[in-house]
Ligand binder design. Structure first.
Ligand code: ADP
Length: 319
C-alpha cells in the first residue's frame, strides 16, 4: 500500500483533528502518501481530495471540529453513490481509507470494504454510542463542557432555590447524561436505556424539599424527551419554580481534553498500522486501556448499553 485517504463523517467531535493528525503523521512515518478527503462521503463522491503533508496537520491537535469538515451524504447510502466514491479513489490511486465518525459512517466504510477498498473506522462522536469501545473520541471533552455548564447553573439554582432541568445531547444513548449527572451531583438522571416514572421523580423532588434541599438538578438525555416538554409537565404537576436549560451544540465544540487527544492519537496510529497489515473492514477502539480492533460486523447492530452499575450508583448517591 502506497497511498491512503482519511475522512471525517457524520457529527463532528472534539479530537477528530488529533486523529487526522495521527493518521497523516503515522502514514508519512511509514512512507505512505496520505490524502485528505474533505466533507465526508459527499466530498469523496465529488472528488474533493487533496494530498496532506506533515505541515498540513500542524497546529491542529488542540482544535475542536475537523479541518477536513464533515457532511451527511444520503447519496452514499446507495450503491451508485458508493461506486462514484470508489471511482474517485481509483482516480487518485488511493488504496485504503481511514473513516473517522459514528456508526452511520462505519456503514459507509463497511460497504466500501466489501467492494474492495479496505477501510478502518475510528470512533469519533461525543455520544459514546459505539459498541466495542469503552470510549469514543470527543466524549470526554463533551462531559467536561457539560459539567462546566451544570456547575454554573447550580450556582444560580441554589441562589434562587429553583429546580433546573438540563437537557444534554447523546442521540439515542444516555452516556453523556449518566456521566454528567453523576459528576454534577444531579438528583435525577433521565436516560433512554432506563424507564422512569414521573411520579417517582416528583416524589424525590418533594422528599428533597422536605429535608431542606434548596435546589435540584435534573438531567434529561435528548433521547428521552425534550427538556422543555419535561419541565412543562413537572410544573403542571408540582407548582414548583422550574427552569430549563438546553445545552445544545456547545457540547460538540471546544478544545479536546488531554484524554481525547491521547485517545485520538493512539486510535489514529493503530488504524494506519492495520491498513499496512493489509486489513480492512475493521474498526479500532479502546477496551481496558488497550487498543483493540474488530470486524464491523461484530459491532454494527449491537444495541448500545449503559453501565448499569453506574446508574445504580447515581441513584444511591442522590437519595
Ligand atoms: P454518524 O457517522 O455520526 O453516525 P450519520 O449516521 O449521519 O452519522 O452517517 C454519516 C454518513 O454515513 C451518512 O450521511 C451517509 O453518507 C453514510 N452512511 C450512513 N448509513 C449508511 C449506510 N447504511 N450505507 C452507506 N453509507 C451510510
Amino acid at each position: 500500500m502506497k497511498r491512503i485517504g482519511v475522512l471525517t463523517s457524520g457529527g463532528d467531535a472534539p479530537g477528530m483533528n488529533a486523529a487526522i493528525r495521527a493518521v497523516v503523521r503515522k502514514g508519512i512515518y511509514h512512507q505512505l502518501e496520505v490524502y485528505g478527503i474533505y466533507q465526508g462521503y459527499q466530498g469523496l463522491i465529488n472528488g474533493n481530495i487533496k494530498k496532506l503533508e506533515l505541515g498540513s496537520v500542524g497546529d491542529i491537535i488542540h482544535r475542536g471540529g475537523t479541518i477536513l469538515r464533515s457532511a451527511r451524504c444520503p447519496e452514499f447510502v446507495t450503491k451508485e453513490g458508493q461506486q462514484k466514491g470508489i471511482a474517485q479513489l481509483k482516480k487518485f490511486g488511493i488504496e485504503g481509507l481511514v473513516v473517522i465518525g459514528g456508526d452511520g459512517s462505519y456503514r459507509g466504510a463497511k460497504a466500501l470494504s466489501e467492494q474492495g477498498i479496505p477501510c478502518i473506522g475510528i470512533p469519533g462522536t461525543i455520544d459514546n454510542d459505539i459498541a466495542g469501545t469503552d470510549r469514543t473520541i470527543g466524549f470526554d471533552t463533551a462531559l467536561n463542557t457539560v459539567i462546566d455548564a451544570i456547575d454554573k447553573i447550580r450556582d444560580t439554582a441554589s441562589s434562587h432555590e429553583r429546580t433546573f432541568v438540563i437537557e444534554v445531547m447523546g442521540r439515542n444513548a444516555g452516556d453523556i447524561a449518566l456521566w454528567t449527572g453523576l459528576a454534577g451531583g444531579a438528583e435525577t438522571i433521565l436516560i433512554p436505556e432506563v424507564e422512569e416514572s414521573i411520579d417517582d421523580i416528583i416524589e424525590r423532588l418533594h422528599r428533597g424539599k422536605e429535608r431542606g434541599k434548596k435546589h435540584s438538578i435534573i438531567i434529561v438525555a435528548e433521547g428521552v424527551t425534550s427538556g422543555v416538554k419535561f419541565a412543562e409537565e413537572l410544573k403542571k404537576r408540582t407548582n414548583m419554580e422550574i427552569r430549563v436549560s438546553v445545552l445544545g451544540h456547545i457540547q460538540r465544540g471546544g478544545s479536546p481534553s488531554a484524554y481525547d487527544r491521547v485517545l485520538a492519537s493512539r486510535l489514529g496510529s493503530r488504524a494506519v498500522e492495520l491498513l499496512l497489515e493489509g486489513k480492512g473492514g475493521r474498526a479500532v477502539g479502546i477496551q481496558n486501556n488497550q487498543i483493540v480492533d474488530y470486524d464491523f460486523n461484530e459491532i454494527l447492530d449491537v444495541p448500545h448499553e449503559i453501565d448499569r452499575e453506574m446508574f445504580k450508583l447515581s441513584k444511591e448517591l442522590s437519595i
